[in-house]
Design a protein around this ligand. Structure first.
Ligand code: ATP
Ligand code: MG
Length: 419
């Protein structure tokens, strides 16, 4: 038996409607905010992520699926969507398109992690990226779009946490303060923290080791080091969220997993799915496009993990709209009627009706049982009498009532009686 690779999941026919529901909500959200879809390859040159995600991140140092292809190039399966979106923006000269440019994606992502509930090696993200606007209105709009998406899913049990991690200049001050604070504790901190101490002390705030977390709790807070511009920007974002009635709390410990963030960072967090509580995370990344060789283009975005959202919805009893069942099942009694049933089903399908008929050579009784199992809304049985009269009994399975109609009128009847 060949089994599915560790950390990956099948989507079964019985659960795909849940995915469709979440993806449809994502697309509807994008439409409401005038955000167009982009699609980038599942694999990119490794360097894109090394530079775009950041050399000191967990993603780049530990989690990437990297391999050499037959041409000797280093290739990496996308661990997230932003770097590819930024590459697309630069490579296609979109900085000369009307700005801001608003893009979204629904994409699989790959990270070599220890699989657990809500943490997989292949997972899926809905992400939005906005290029070209440095204004606080854009931060508020992107956060509002994320919140509106979660609303559409019927998710109530999440809280929005926001923070500002400043710009290059306030970060320099802050990093110095962090180093002064952490220096005497270094011997008690994990090897990763020790490495980050030199390269990017801000990342030490993000460490998940219990021992490090205890030390980090007393560290200086970035909010006390924001320059006047960054402070004003953050105040504006908060006041716009107030105007939009979006509830949030400020959490000075959010630094986000990726290196390229500046200023606003945010997370939507739930307490109902255990340790992997962050269902959506995002932030501003004003330095990324330049880092990747484009011009100086500010940008902001978020990504939400679809598996975690579905898990959260299941755990909190949020209803998914039920999958669509066939409108009609057409049973056939004998050879000639079965052919007629088949033809009728295919004619209805050509008119956009979901119709089903027997392909297992079953008895009429078994056909009706099957129709019931698949939840067909109406059932009709075609036999010699129906063929001769051109009429049939259309049975409504919900209430057991029947109407006698011309076989040729089934289509218009179904159209008039749409749910
Ligand atoms: P975490 O702290 O849980 O590792 P992260 O900071 O690595 O999250 P991001 O890179 O911000 O996550 O990705 C955005 C979203 O993608 C997360 O909020 C989460 O919903 C989802 N996500 C990230 N990694 C995984 C994974 N391995 N499996 C499933 N979903 C994931
Ligand atoms: Mg992670």
């Amino acid at each position: 038996m060949i089994t599915i690779p560790k950390g990956t999941k099948d989507v079964l026919p019985s659960e795909s409607h849940k995915w469709r529901f979440v993806e449809d909500a994502a697309r509807r959200t994008a439409e409401e905010f005038a955000i167009k879809e982009i699609r980038t390859p599942v694999f990119e040159h490794t360097e894109l992520f090394a530079r775009g995600v950041g050399e000191t991140t967990d993603v780049v140092t530990k989690e990437m699926y990297t391999f050499e292809d037959k041409g000797g190039r280093s290739i990496t399966l996308k661990p997230e969507g932003t770097a590819g979106a930024a590459r697309l923006f630069i490579e296609n000269g979109l900085s000369s398109s009307p700005l801001p440019l608003k893009a979204f994606y629904l994409t699989p992502c790959y990270r070599y992690e220890r699989p657990q509930a809500g943490r997989l090696r292949e997972f899926h993200q809905f992400g939005i990226e906005v290029f070209g606007s440095a204004e606080a209105e854009t931060d508020a709009e992107v956060i509002f779009a994320a919140s509106s998406f979660l609303d559409k899913l019927g998710i109530k049990d999440v809280e929005l946490e926001i923070n500002s991690i400043g710009c290059k200049s306030c970060r320099a001050e802050y990093n110095k303060a962090l180093k002064d604070y952490f220096r005497p504790h270094l011997s008690k901190m994990c090897p990763t923290c020790n490495e980050r101490f030199e390269k990017n002390p801000l990342r030490m705030i993000d460490c998940k080791e219990e021992g490090c977390k205890a030390i980090t709790a007393g560290a200086p807070k970035i909010l006390d080091y924001l320059c006047p511009d960054c402070k004003a920007h953050f105040e504006k974002v908060k006041s716009l969220l107030d105007v939009l009635n979006v509830k949030y709390s400020v959490n000075p410990d959010i630094v986000r997993g990726l290196d390229y963030y500046t200023r606003t960072v945010f997370e939507f967090v739930s307490t109902s799915i255990g340790a992997q509580g962050t269902v959506c995370g995002g932030g501003r990344y004003d330095g990324l496009i330049e880092e990747l060789g484009g011009g100086s283009v500010p940008a902001i975005g978020f990504a939400a993990g679809l598996e975690r959202l579905i898990l959260l919805m299941e755990n909190t009893g949020v209803d998914f709209p039920p999958p669509k069942a066939p409108e009609i099942y057409i049973a056939g009694m004998d050879e000639r009627s079965r052919t007629e049933a088949f033809k009728l089903a295919c004619t209805l399908r050509a008119s956009g009706i979901c119709a089903e008929c027997d392909k297992m050579n079953r008895s009429v009784k078994s056909q009706l049982k099957f129709a019931d199992k698949i939840g067909a809304r109406f059932v009709v049985v075609i036999g010699e009498n129906e063929l001769a009269s051109g009429e049939c009994d259309l049975k409504n399975m919900a209430d057991g009532t029947s109407v006698r109609i011309k076989t040729g009128n089934i289509l218009s009847y179904l159209r008039d009686n749409k749910l």
